[in-house]
Design a protein around this ligand. Structure first.
Ligand code: CA
Length: 449
């Protein structure tokens, strides 16, 4: 790539300029998730082309990156970068590295800029390159290589721990290392995919023998996922200061969880079948470049917390000011034409462990990072009851059910409930950016054969 680094940095800064507007008017709405300052990457199919390919979200439209390349609109990008857009996932593009991601970002920002007429005034090219988001079918954006789920919220760990171990809510390791487990990559699905209520083995209260059947305590977990773009070599731990260099971008994650299965199975090796049946992600990957205005000093530390060991200690560490909400829509609410009801609202900035620390700890053994790995934060819960990111905490194990607008109560999820998660970043002096939605509906358990 021929552009000088300083020129690229100037254009990246210009891509975040709040004064910048797009000729796609819906992108200029102050409440838009996908203004020109965001430009998240995803994979989609269009009505006239059913093979998945790479797109960029802008307002209520999707820019078809392969078509834009074919139309000669991405001539500033090297041919091998353009070739990575006509693919079924973003792995090839992510494998090209941050300079290619950044160059693509600034080229797309220029193409969609209000001052640029090359695509705006070309009716034929516009018809080929832009697809209404409502006509696009979103696909898994990444072929997930490995999936790791952490447990990085002190509020969540303390709340859940105090339910199961009232005398000893935090395990002795918790404040010293970001606890995690290796999850199941192949059951990660994109937003909108329906979820079958899992069956599983549970030990009912006061029973003498376990039973097998549909999970009765099905829950969601609101999490944030980060996608690894740049791999690391096996045997070479990633220093905490360099960890973010490996991250391509972020998504919202719903780690569907069967609490009755989890309670019976989780000791001594952690969650297994209670988590492996499905994990949903939002389809648009918001890049670290777009998130840069919302990275704040952090994470929060208390004087009562122990000093971090050197490999986790990062003076210049970053939290992300990212608002997150969860809504539920029951079948009756949809039939009655009622809006989904908000169950919780919180912020990712309260997480105890940072992305950098999770990556540094994960690789501290010499474990490698692969392009397409996804790591998730664990349930995002804050200090207030309304910021608790799963029903287990929100209803305190069902002791305080939530009344929905259809008059029914929820301790845990019922069949045909739809869970909707949304995330967005906003602050004075920066353009609001959104993550879009991560949704999923619970179908009844399959008939037992
Ligand atoms: Ca989780």
């Amino acid at each position: 790539m021929t552009m000088t680094d300083s020129k690229l940095q100037d254009r990246l800064a210009a891509a975040l300029d709040p004064a910048r507007r797009s000729w796609i008017e819906t992108a200029n709405d102050p409440d838009a998730d996908f203004p020109i300052q965001n430009l998240p990457f995803g994979v989609f199919t269009r009505p006239d082309h059913d093979v998945p390919r790479v797109g960029v979200a802008i307002g209520d439209q999707v820019l078809d990156m392969a078509a834009a390349g074919d139309c000669g609109l991405l001539g500033e990008l090297p041919a091998h970068v353009r070739a990575s857009f006509d693919r079924r996932n973003l792995n090839d593009f992510m494998d090209l590295g941050r300079q290619a991601w950044q160059l693509t970002r600034v080229v797309v920002a220029d193409l969609l800029d209000a001052e640029n007429s090359s695509l705006r005034t070309d009716d034929a090219a516009r018809a080929i390159c832009l697809v209404k988001a409502s006509d696009a079918t979103m696909c898994m954006p990444v072929m997930i290589r490995d999936y790791t789920d952490f447990y990085a919220s002190l509020h969540h760990a303390t709340n859940v721990g105090s339910m199961f171990r009232p005398d000893n809510p935090l395990m002795p390791n918790w404040l010293h290392l970001p606890v995690g487990y290796h999850g199941r990559a192949s059951s990660i699905i994109t937003s909108g995919t329906q979820i079958r209520r899992p069956r599983g083995q549970t030990m009912p209260p006061d029973a003498e023998h376990p039973v097998f059947g549909p999970s009765r305590l099905l829950d969601y977990e609101l999490e944030v996922g980060f996608i690894i773009g740049t791999p690391s070599d096996m045997g070479e731990p990633v220093p905490v200061e360099q960890a973010l260099d490996h991250v391509f971008g972020m998504v919202i994650v719903n780690d569907w969880s069967s609490r009755d299965v989890q309670k019976w199975e989780y000791q001594p090796l952690g969650p297994f079948n209670s988590k492996n049946f499905a994990t949903s992600i939002s389809p648009w990957i918001v890049t670290l470049e777009a998130l840069q205005p919302f990275m704040i000093p952090g994470p929060p530390r208390s004087d009562e917390h122990p000093e971090q060991l050197d490999y986790l200690d990062h003076e210049d560490d970053r939290a992300i000011d990212l608002e997150l909400e969860v809504l539920i829509s029951s079948e009756k609410m949809r039939q009655d034409g009622n809006e989904p009801m908000r169950i919780s609202i919180g912020n990712y900035k309260h997480m105890h462990w940072s992305m950098s620390q999770m990556i540094a700890h994960h690789t501290s053994t010499g474990c490698n990072l692969a392009t397409g790995d996804m790591m998730a934060s664990g349930t995002v819960s804050g200090p207030e009851p309304e910021s608790r990111g799963c029903l287990l905490e929100r209803t305190w194990r069902g002791e305080h059910p939530i009344e929905l607008t259809d008059g029914t109560e929820r301790k845990f999820l019922r069949d045909m409930d739809e869970v909707i998660m949304r995330g967005w970043c906003s602050r004075d002096g920066a353009t609001r950016i959104g993550f879009g939605e991560c949704t999923g509906m619970i179908l009844p358990a399959a008939e037992q054969s």
